[in-house]
Design a protein around this ligand. Structure first.
Ligand SMILES: [Zn+2]
Length: 455
């Protein structure tokens, strides 16, 4: 017997951030992700708006992974009356708790600047964690009323999963973010084979990254050039996954003597905490990396590496003579300690700013990416004399061709593909490619519109 399920996208439509999707019938209401909308602020004003559904009626919230644009409004959901169960992998839960600790402080600071109440406080985080249960990859879990869930590895960051909801012998898969496999530390993205509906990300729907070989050689070249010029290499990086990947890459390059050993600073208390989780939770790392670790390599450590936690330690980085490498957040230069280093080195022709991830519209990172020569930081103008380089190959997202290959694996069964979590240009380009190359029914869903699915 056919039944209908309704799908509504409340966030992550026409934008990368703020993922929030609702799947429901008369018996069950299931949310997938509850992310923060981010731009030039850590949390944009619209995060304060009320949720457009009855929060207390939601039975389950599934969390694909612990990036803020997928988890950042969960404590608000709790504050507004959510009483259901939150499910994710163990790693996602552990990392979410670390990320929330940082977010509470940032949101509090932004709120006081604007003279308003913070979006939520630690007490809401604590309550969220008490409602949060772990489920393992590849283990079907019964949810009642004919629903079950099955998590597949997305290969995006540690603990990232795709959420497959099963009902009436049919399947809908929510991808969350899809990893740029093969990733240095993680297993490859699992196949979406055999699914009936797909809701997918499209951050890089219209672009391809460098190949992994091009990425590595470009990185070596940029590091060497900056060392030769006796400059500082400043890398705005996300604390979660990107930092650990870059550390692992540097670890290998230094061990293989492909670059000189110079002081490397990870100037981020959050990155230090996240790296600890990566040290503890290696069960789901790729087989190769597990072998390397078993062989005795401490993959996140090498000579002259320093995690700077206190403000004084951070301030002392400037006193260390060049050449040196500085990794700091935020990854889009929208605040965070990296701003200080950008003030110090943007105007230095010997130094390099290296962008290694998606840069949201309106952020300083985006302006640098687009080649602006005069930028403003905290109201003061700076002439960009440092080289500004970018390597998108370090992205933990699949590029356009990889996204097509991913959908191809389910193209014979999939009835509709909802293309979300991308800027409009990127998402619509991917929709067109999916229709043209694979002949699948791909659409750009409208925000807040209810789509009926045949189950
Ligand atoms: Zn992500």
């Amino acid at each position: 017997m056919n039944e209908k399920l309704n799908l509504t996208c409340f966030g992550g439509v026409g934008v990368v951030t703020g993922a929030n999707f609702l799947l429901e019938n008369k018996n069950k209401k299931i949310l997938i992700d509850c992310g923060l909308r981010q731009g030039d602020r850590f949390g944009e004003a619209e995060n304060y708006e009320a949720f457009p559904y009855k929060v207390e009626e939601i039975d389950f919230l599934f969390v694909t992974h612990s990036h803020m644009d997928h988890i950042g409004r969960i404590p608000k959901l709790i504050k507004d009356g959510f009483k259901g169960i939150i499910y994710s992998t163990r790693e996602t839960k552990l990392l979410a708790e670390v990320m929330f600790g940082d977010a509470v402080a940032l949101l509090r600071r932004e709120a006081s600047e604007r003279g308003i109440e913070p979006l939520y406080e630690q007490v809401d985080v604590t309550k969220a964690m008490s409602l949060w249960s772990e489920i393992s990859y590849r283990t079907e879990k019964d949810l009642g009323n004919g629903f079950s869930v099955y998590l597949k590895d997305a290969g995006h960051i540690l603990g990232s999963s795709m959420v497959e909801i099963r009902f009436n012998n049919k399947k809908i898969l929510f991808t969350g973010d899809l990893g740029n496999s093969p990733a240095p530390l993680l297993k490859d993205t699992e196949s979406p084979e055999g699914i009936d509906y797909l809701l997918m990300e499209s951050v890089y729907g219209d672009r391809n990254h460098e190949t992994h070989e091009q990425r590595d050689s470009k990185f070596v070249e940029i590091v060497k050039k900056t060392i030769d010029r006796k400059g500082a290499l400043v890398m705005p990086v996300f604390s979660l996954e990107r930092t650990q990947n870059i550390l692992y890459t540097l670890n290998n390059l230094i061990e293989d003597k492909k670059i000189l050993s110079v002081p490397v600073f990870v100037d981020s208390p959050l990155a230090a905490k996240v790296t600890e989780v990566y040290r503890e939770e290696q069960k789901n790392f790729s087989g190769d990396i597990k072998k390397e670790i078993a062989g005795g390599d401490d993959i996140f450590n090498f000579p002259k590496l320093q995690f700077t936690v206190t403000k004084d330690e951070s301030d002392d980085i400037e006193k260390t003579p060049n050449p040196k490498i500085i990794l700091a957040g935020s990854g889009m230069s929208a605040g965070g300690r990296v701003t200080k280093h950008e003030k110090n080195y943007l105007t230095d022709p010997h130094s390099t700013i290296l962008l290694v991830g998606y840069q949201s519209i309106g952020t300083l990172g985006r302006k640098l990416f687009e080649g602006e020569k005069k930028v403003f930081i905290e109201g003061k103008s700076y002439h960009v004399k440092a080289s500004v380089e970018n390597i998108m190959g370090f992205s933990s997202h699949k590029d356009s061709d990889r996204l097509i290959e991913f959908v191809e694996k389910c193209s014979s069964t999939v009835k509709k593909v909802f293309v979300t979590m991308g800027e409009p240009k990127s998402s619509s380009f991917l929709v067109q490619r999916l229709r043209d190359y694979l002949g699948v029914d791909a659409i750009l869903p409208e925000k807040g519109k209810r789509y009926e699915l045949d189950f």
